[in-house]
Design a protein. Structure first.
Length: 146
């Protein structure tokens, strides 16, 4: 089973179940963002979490096996057209150099890890219009000299 077939099966089962990602993540015991990314094929799950997901959604063992397979992380290199994804792309385009400058100023020459990393997405209610709050937390990795 491919990661694409796995994802299609998971999304269909999720729709049938009526459960949201946060509810599923609570049942599995993982953060919603990480669990969702694994279900979309961009991360892998340890066997116990893959099995819990399959149990929560009534999915067969082949889905668990596919969830445990290491992903090949790739995406289109074109500018995305989905409005939510495009706005994140736009944020990096507008603020990417600023983020890089401030990271270098505060930490030195290096990068933020996307492996030793967590992300949380929250809703912040506001009378002027609800706000999307995205918190990214990654270990700083300095470049080495040798």
């Amino acid at each position: 089973m491919t990661k694409i077939e796995m994802t299609e099966s998971i999304l269909a089962a999720k729709a049938t179940s009526g459960l949201g990602w946060e509810q599923i993540a609570t049942q599995v015991g993982l953060a919603p963002v990480f669990l969702t990314s694994a279900c979309l094929g961009m991360n892998s799950l340890k066997p116990e979490y893959a099995d819990k997901l399959c149990q929560a959604l009534g999915l067969p063992g082949e889905i668990s096996t596919a969830l445990q397979a290491f992903p090949h992380k790739s995406w289109d290199k074109l500018v995305p057209t989905d409005p939510v994804i495009y706005r994140l792309y736009e944020i990096v385009g507008v603020y990417g150099d600023t983020i890089k400058e401030i990271i270098h100023e505060k930490f030195g020459d290096g990068i933020m890890s996307a492996i030793d990393f967590s992300m949380h997405i929250d809703k912040e209610e506001n009378p002027a219009g609800d706000r999307v709050k995205i918190t990214m937390n990654g270990k700083f990795l300095p470049y080495k000299s040798w």
